[in-house]
Design a protein around this ligand. Sequence first.
Ligand code: B12
Length: 366
Amino acid sequence: MTNASNTTKEAPTAGDLAALRRRLEGWARELGFEALGITDLDPGPHRAYLEAWLAAGHHGSMLWMERHKALRTDPTLLQPGTLRVLSLRMNYLPAGDTPEAVLANPRKAYIARYALGRDYHKVLRPRLARLAERIEREVGGQHRALTDSAPLLEKAYAEKGGLGWIGKNTLLLNQEAGSWFLLGEILSTVPFPVDAPSTGDPCGSCSRCLTACPTDAFLGPRQLDARRCLAYQTIENRGPIPEALRRPLGNRIFGCDDCQLVCPFTKFAQATTEPDFAPRHDFQDGELLAFFRWDEATWEARTAGSPLRRPGFEGWLRNVAVALGNAPFDREIIAALEARRAEASPLVREHIDWALGEQAAKAPGK
Ligand code: B12
């Protein structure tokens, strides 16, 4: 993002940068971010944690987590000359949301709250780029904006930048926002003053997230085996959902928020004011049967610009079929599953057959 004018700028003094640091907070808020934190590039123990996680295969089929592992803890490989990581957070929880009520209704579809509105990559990245441009106009340097779009241990750098602490559910938590926010970064070649890292462990002896996980995906505090996580199974896994995880999936057709919903800090969560994160269609509390009856064209139209596109239409049908198997006995559900069976792909058909078996097992008199 370098242009001729800023390369000749006089190097800013430490005082200039400290003053600019204070103004950055306001610029970030103007762009919809709740907070900003700045840190250096040292990943501390996180490189070893990542290595151990990959070595244990806890990343499952997310080979992209392994492919660029060196970059994740060395931002200079993403942008030579980088000296600082600027981390920013943006709330995404819709106002007046009642996720627990949806989760408790087996005929409804539970969709992770971060996916109810517009794809956050499309929301955060242009804003980060605008902030980077504004910084460059002020003090020059090179800057690269990213949110999950490039390999970086976002939570580790955000924690070191003082935005919050990594909770036992491995998410970044903040006293004012729980974990209902998304992260984005700007890599900078400008030696901004670094912020104080978050210290201490406000989780203390609480382990509600660990016990609430419907599939026991946590091996211990801050250690997640992604292969057992329903977010991984419904979003990232392109193959069959392991049978042992199908009943625990319940009605969660995309992502999972259970380890967030039980967290005592989420009661401090602030609702988003970001229009792009407003729930679309009836993703907030839609009917499983209605979603299962969508044809591909409807699915494409309704999921345009949404994170829901990631597992594809086949993944969508696979996930909804499992949730229908977990719903109470219902002849309408059986009819819908049978109606779709003939034209289904082998992957979807296998999950439809599983769901029909579950429904049959719940038939009256069984
Ligand atoms: C891969 C990935 C996933 C995978 C794996 C999750 C995971 N924990 O690794 C899956 C698909 C399961 C997933 C699920 C979700 N994800 Co995700 N995901 C990512 C991604 C791309 C990389 C995460 C990563 O680096 N994992 C590597 C492993 C090794 O890290 P880790 O498990 O987090 O463990 C770290 C800590 O525990 C830490 N640690 C600290 N102390 C200690 C102590 C010990 C002893 C150990 C061992 C480790 C440890 O070290 C590890 C490395 O930093 C990030 C974006 C990014 N580029 O960072 C988004 C990201 C973490 N995801 C995000 C979200 C919102 C989610 C979901 C909530 C979505 C949903 N509702 O379904 C769930 C939450 C599940 C959960 N509890 O983590 C947000 C989280 C925002 C926040 N507030 O923290 C991120 C930051 C994306 C973004 N840009 O906003 N995700």
